[in-house]
Every structure is written in C-alpha cells, then in structure tokens.
Design a protein around this ligand. Structure first.
Ligand SMILES: Nc1ncnc2c1ncn2[C@@H]1O[C@H](COP(=O)(O)OP(=O)(O)OP(=O)(O)O)[C@@H](O)[C@H]1O
Ligand SMILES: [Mg+2]
Length: 787
C-alpha cells in the first residue's frame, strides 16, 4: 500500500540538512552537499564566473539554487551580496524558508524580477522623476488610464480599442523599445496610432506618479542602462546573482541581469528550454540558448537524473517533447521505479469528466492511498474550473482553486484599495475617479468631465482640482460642495498614514461611508461584499504582523505584485486546481490534466502556427512532469467552452505518447470501464459539418442525443421529472438544458417550488418558453461557462 509517501508542493527537497539548520547549528559547508549528486555538487560549489545549469524537469535545479545560496553564506559571503530571482512570490517565499532552515537568520534578497524592479525603483526612481510613493497600475487600471489619456488627447475616435493599444505598448516595453524607438519603426496605421499614444501615455503616467506592470522591468532596465554610477554600485552590491527558471526571461529581464553582472560576473542561471511557456508574454528562449555566446567562458553543467517522477511518467514526457523540432535533443532519465502506467481517460462530456475525476480522488483518499493535498488538477484555461467547483461541492471533497489575486480583483476590494492608493499618492487620478462617487455623493459623469478640464487647465491632479471646484463656474454648486468635501476627507485621512495598514483600512471604511453603504443595503450580495472588505482588513493585519516595517505602501505593493499561485496554501489538505501555467516549478504525487483536446491543449490559437504549437507541447510537458507517482490525462467527447457545447476531438498530443506504455480507459458508456492496455481509444469522430450545439435546429439537436457508439447514447438519459413530480435540484439561470421537443436551450429564470416550479428557457430555434419543471421532458446538459 502506498501510504502518504509523496509530498505535494513547491518542489525542492526537505533533506536532513534542513533539520540540522532548524536546530540552530550552522552546517559546515560540506554538510550542505551530502544529499546532492556529483553534478549538483559541482554546481553548488562552483566558485566565481558565469554558470549555466541546463537540465530537465525534476532534476534538482531549484534545489541547486537553494543549496548554492546556503553554500555561499556558509563560505562567508555576506547575505546582502547575494541576489536570488524566482518566478513567483510563492516560490521566493519557499526558497527563503528553505535557506532559513539551512542558515537561520539569513537576510538574502529573494524575490521575483517584478519585486526586484519595485525594490530598485523605490530606491532610485528619483533619477527617472518617480517619487517613492508611486502607484502600480494593474491591467484594468492601465486600460482605464490609457482610455482616459486617449480621450484627453482627442485620440479616441480611431477604430482601435484601448486594450489593443495598451498591449502593443506593453510588448514594446518588454522589448525595451522607448516611444522614440517605436515611432521609428511604425509603418502600418495601427502602429502609427500606437506611436502617437505611447509618448502621451508615458508622460501622463509620470505626471500621476504611476507605473504600469511592465514598467517594473522596463524602468529598472533603463535606469541601469543610463546611470552608470548606479549600475556599477549595484553590480558591486550584488556580487552573486542566481536565477531560477531562466528559460522564461524576457528581454527587459535579460538586460537587468546582464547589466548587474558586468564587473562581477558571478551569474548562476538554471533552466530548461523544454519548459519555456511564456513566449506570449515576451519570454525569449534564446536568452538561455545564447548564454554560452554571451558568456563564452561560462561553465555549463547538465543534471542527468530526474528525481521526481516514476519511470512511466518520465518516459511518456520524453516521448511527447521529442516531437518538438526547435529544440536541442535531450532525454530525461530516472532511476525511480517504473510505477503505475500513465492513464488516459475518455469521458462523455466535461461534466462527467469533473464528476468522475473528483469521485476517483475521493475513493483514493478513502482507501488511504493518498491525501487530498497530494492531488492536483491542471487545466489549460481558467474557465474549465467552474464545472470542477460544483463537482467538489457535490462530493464533499475539499479543494482550492489557485487564483490568488481574484480576491483583490473583487469590485469592493478594488474600491477600498483605490482609497488607499489615493491616500499614498494623491496624484493617482484613476483611483480618484474610481471612488469619488462611491458611495454615491451626487457627483455625476458631467461633473467629472468638467473637473478633468479644470485639472488639465491647471496642470494638477483631479484631487487638487476638486479642492478648487467651488471656483469653477461650470460645476454646479451642489456638486462642487461634494467635491470639496471629498477633498477634505482624503486630506484628513492622509494625516493618519502612520497607522498600520489594517487600522487605516478600518478608518477608511468608516469615514468614507463605504461600510455603512454595504451595511444598510438590501442587496444580499452586499453582505458578501461586506465580508470581503472585512477580509481585506484581516489580510492587511496578517501582512503587518509579518512585515511590521512595511506600512501601507508595502501592503499595496504586495497586492499589486500578487500572482495566481501566491494565494495557494500548499499545506492545506485540499485538492489543488490550477492552470498549467501556474503549475510551473511545483510537484504533486498525483496529477490530472483535464480537457486534453484539440482547441484547448493545444489551444486553438496555436493550431495554425508551428512555433505556438511547440509552446503548447511544452506546456503539456510541464504539466506532465509535475507528477511524481501517478499521471492521468483526461478528455471528453463533448465540451462546453465559451457557452457553446462542441464535439471535442482528443488532442494530437495523446497520439504522441508511447502507445504500448499508456493505459487507455474509455468511460463513455456506463458499463464499460474496462482497461485495455495498449489499445488506442475509440475515437469518436464528429459529423464533419457539425456546428456548435446551441445554434442547432432542434431536429439535429435530437440527432445529437441519439448519436450512438457501441449502441449506447453518448448523453445521459432525459430527465423526466413528470414521473416523480419533484423540483429539480441545481436548476438555475445560466444552465443549459436539452428539451425533448425544443432542443437545446438556456435557462434564463426559475421560479416557484415543488410541483409548481417553473423555468423560463431561451431556445435558439424556438425563442423563450416558460415550462413547468415537473412536467417537462428535459435533461440538464451543463452550466454555461463564462456566465
Ligand atoms: N540529489 C537529490 N537526491 C534526492 N532528491 C533530489 C535530489 N535533487 C533533487 N531532488 C528532489 O527532486 C525533486 C525535483 O527537484 P527540483 O524541484 O529542484 O527540480 P527542478 O529541476 O527544479 O524541477 P523543475 O524543472 O520542474 O523546476 C524535488 O522533490 C527534490 O527534492
Ligand atoms: Mg525548479
């Protein structure tokens, strides 16, 4: 019996050295090497000069970084001379703790590139006319700000959406192209519009003392490029630089690294080109492939052995990735046991897939083979988690969906955060506009428009203009009063900036009337919103306890830098659900990858582009190589995606796995869960011209329900509630049903109870119908995703 031998979580070992560290004794340098193989030891003990560790998944690269930090410290290198960069804040936190266990009390700076960027800008931003209290705009803020910039410059009459222009600017920054660089190469009309907007956007951002997310890399790169004194100071300060997941650096990150390791070339990077999955965000795999060209004297170390996964998993992953043409040939090897075969599961539809996977996990846990926390489910896109959520609830299985910043993206929390941002940076016009009339203060859009004009005339912020509103003839007296009151509120609150962040949030909630607004609301959702903003107070308190010196600015910074995986609690005994992208660097005893289907994995975006297809294959490879003991790949015949139910074709990636080593299980018919090792799955070929289901005329929709394979319907039987006259559980607006006569439709309203329960359903081919639930012959097909 396999009893809880695996561990889930951030990969990188928990050897006995760490135990020793916990007991407070500093390990002798050699003790740090005991549980490393020869190549790892060479990497850890490498002296000065550039070092590239190029190695496959699960071969101990992250362990090398952690151990090398400890080694350098044990060799007497002062902590402040070491800089370690990880891919997520979560990974940084883990690494910090692991080093802490080896060398208690160390103070090495370990964080992401973005956090390092903030760190530099808070120190040296003044060289770029940036005050210490600058605001960090997230994507929403940035888009709103760009829109406002275009409106102010009367550039909003083009047919291009601000989001499109914003992402072109983002790309330019990641490639270190200034507005002038961009303008020089702008040929088509879109590029010319971008070239016109980009400098205005930059100028206005600086006026309001804000930076966007890309600036956190772009500006430090400029700083290091243009201020030699600062560059050489930092180069000297960070004598030893270590970077994990180097294959996913972009040009701006690369520039920062290069500039910091010019005089002291003690740069150690580790990575795996087969795991480069952020091309769409500007990552450039060439950074790792060209390392030897950039540093001709670099020492290159390959780690030969995978410690993470069973032989079966390693073999399957090897076979998949071998199909990429743009790669250096390399094979993972492991000395671990072969283990159980990789399994491919075929389901009827996505609902069935979620249901059966969750059920299987529950059975495995009940049988004592693994814990819930040993399991992870990966999906290509977030939208697929919705169906899983209800399956978990139905089966009473504890789970966590790793979408860390969703909490901070809730409207109410963004409102409260906007108040805080405005307190820290009164120039922050985006924050001002967000909260000036929340709660309602009788300040309408016309007033705001006039206030914007006033601010533009005076060349001041909206908040400063608000103080003067009374003197502006175009603003109505009542609105002007409201504006000056708002100005007074913010000014008063600003005098309390010395309070710890959670106390300040409390004060803001009370004084702004925000709490009162939610408390007195009749809307039941507002009670939940109230709970959320109170949770924000808790988050701030916890932050303060851990970082008593960081203050409100530190808290806002943490919020701004939060990424998906940061909210993940790897110690909780829950099944983890996350995107394949978020799974990078982690490991779990049991992994399920859902919806391994054409259009999802590989994503439809990649179907026509060979380079993108290879990136999708790498993404699949990353997911597979997270598994330590068991790997399950799932696909279904029907998949609901973007509110449309489609026939789904198994991913071509499944065909690339070693057929004789993978077990295929077809669960599309209730009586057959037979195992046929070595068999190909029975591929359900959809009729060639089948359009998305909801637009089907009802006759073809019933054809679909009659589709047969092996003599069995591929859909569940019709729900005939007339037979028992009961209300149907789980019926709610948004749910997609199939009616015997009207075909597929979406529920728009449900009313009444028991035998009297009615639902209003919109049928594409028949319009809206109100039906008595207990009488209607229908079945629930699926929830509508994206609703
Ligand atoms: N020498 C070793 N002996 C035993 N276990 C090891 C050794 N080196 C690494 N491991 C273990 O192997 C697993 C993978 O290590 P690690 O996460 O460092 O690999 P990686 O190369 O960083 O993987 P990835 O490419 O997925 O980021 C971890 O559980 C780690 O503890
Ligand atoms: Mg790693």
């Amino acid at each position: 019996m396999e009893t809880n031998r695996g561990h889930a979580g951030q990969a990188e070992g928990n050897g006995e050295q760490e135990e020793r560290g916990r007991q407070g004794r500093l390990p002798a340098p050699e003790a740090l090497l005991a549980d490393l193989n020869e190549e790892q030891q060479r990497a850890v003990t490498h002296g000065e000069g550039p070092l590239l560790v190029l190695a496959g998944a699960g071969s101990g690269k992250t362990r090398v970084i952690t151990r090398r930090i400890a080694w350098l410290l044990a060799m007497g290198i002062p902590a402040e001379r070491i800089l370690a960069i990880t891919f997520t804040n979560k990974a940084a936190q883990e690494m910090r703790q692991r080093v802490e266990r080896l060398i208690p009390g160390h103070r090495v700076w370990i964080g992401t590139f973005h956090a390092f960027g903030v760190h530099l800008l808070r120190q040296f931003g003044d060289r770029l006319s940036l005050s210490r209290s600058f605001t960090i705009y997230d994507v929403d803020d940035r888009n709103a700000f760009l829109r406002a910039t275009m409106e102010a410059a009367r550039l909003d009459n083009y047919r291009y959406r601000p989001e499109g222009i914003a992402s072109a600017i983002s790309k330019a920054k990641n490639q270190l192209r200034s507005p002038a660089d961009y303008a020089r190469s702008a040929v088509d009309h879109f590029a010319q519009v971008v070239a016109e907007v980009y400098p205005l956007y930059e100028r206005r951002l600086r006026q309001v003392q804000a930076v966007d997310f890309d600036d956190l890399l772009y500006l430090p790169a400029l700083l290091l490029r243009e201020h030699e004194q600062i560059r050489s100071h930092l180069d000297d300060r960070y004598r030893f630089i270590l970077i994990d997941e180097y294959q996913d650096t972009n040009l701006a990150q690369y520039e920062i690294v290069r500039r910091l390791s010019q005089d002291h070339r003690n740069l150690c990077v580790v990575g795996d080109p087969d795991q480069s999955i952020y091309r769409w965000r500007g990552s450039d795999i060439r950074n790792i492939l060209d390392f030897e060209r950039d540093f001709p004297d670099a020492r290159v170390i390959h780690l030969p052995r995978n410690y993470r996964s069973t032989g079966a998993i390693v073999s399957a992953a090897n076979r998949l990735i071998a199909h990429n043409k743009q790669r250096k040939k390399k094979e993972l090897r492991t000395e671990n046991a072969w283990g159980v075969p990789v399994r491919v599961w075929t389901f009827r539809d996505g609902l069935d897939e979620a249901d059966q996977v969750v059920r299987r996990i529950k059975e495995t846990v009940q049988a004592g083979r693994f814990r819930y926390r040993d399991h992870a489910i990966f999906v290509r896109i977030n939208a697929l988690t919705r169906v899983l959520e209800s399956a978990f609830v139905r089966h009473g299985v504890p789970f966590q969906i790793v979408k860390g910043f969703a909490f901070y993206e809730r409207k109410e929390n963004k409102d409260v955060l906007a108040y805080l941002r405005l307190l820290v940076n009164p120039q922050d016009d985006v924050a001002f506009e967000r909260v000036v009339n929340v709660p309602a203060r009788g300040i309408g859009e016309t007033t705001i428009e006039r206030l914007r004009n006033l601010a533009a005339e005076r060349g001041c912020s909206l908040l400063a203009a608000a103080a003067e509103a009374g003197r502006c003839t175009t603003i109505k007296a009542a609105s002007a009063r409201a504006l000056t009151q708002f100005h007074r509120l913010i000014t008063e609150l600003r005098t309390r900036l010395d309070l710890p962040p959670h106390e300040l949030i409390d004060l803001v909630l009370q004084r702004s009337g925000y709490e009162q607004m939610l408390q007195s609301s009749e809307d039941p959702d507002d009670q939940e919103r109230l709970a959320n903003v109170q949770e924000l107070v808790t988050a701030a308190r916890q932050f303060h306890e851990l970082n008593p010196q960081a203050g409100l600015t530190g808290f806002l910074e943490q919020v701004a830098l939060a990424s998906d995986v940061d909210g993940w609690d790897h110690e909780a005994d829950r099944v983890s659900v996350m995107t394949l992208h978020a799974s990078k660097g982690l490991e779990f005893p049991v992994v399920y990858i859902l919806a391994v289907e054409e259009g999802l994995l590989p994503h439809e975006r990649a179907l026509r582009d060979e380079a993108e297809l290879e990136e999708e294959r790498r993404l699949c490879f990353v997911g597979m190589t997270r598994a330590m003991r068991e790997l399950h790949l799932c696909h279904a015949h029907l998949r609901e995606y973007r509110g449309v139910i489609r026939c789904a074709i198994p991913s071509g990636f499944l065909d690339e796995l070693p057929r004789d080593q993978v077990e295929w299980h077809d669960l599309t018919s209730t009586d057959s869960n037979s195992t046929r090792p070595g068999d190909r799955p029975i591929v359900y070929a959809p009729p060639p011209s089948l359009p998305p289901v909801p637009s089907l005329p009802s006759s073809s929709a019933s054809d679909l329900s009659g589709s047969r394979r092996g003599g069995k319907s591929i859909l569940p039987p019709l729900h005939r509630s007339a037979a028992n006259g009961e209300a149907v559980e789980g019926l709610a607006p948004g749910i997609v049903i199939q009616h015997e006569q009207f075909g597929i439709g979406q529920v728009v309203a449900v009313s009444g109870f028991g035998a009297q329960q009615r639902m209003k359903v919109r049928f594409p081919a028949h319009g809206e119908k109100t039906l008595l639930v207990a009488q209607a012959p229908f079945r629930i097909l699926n929830r509508r995703s994206g609703s």
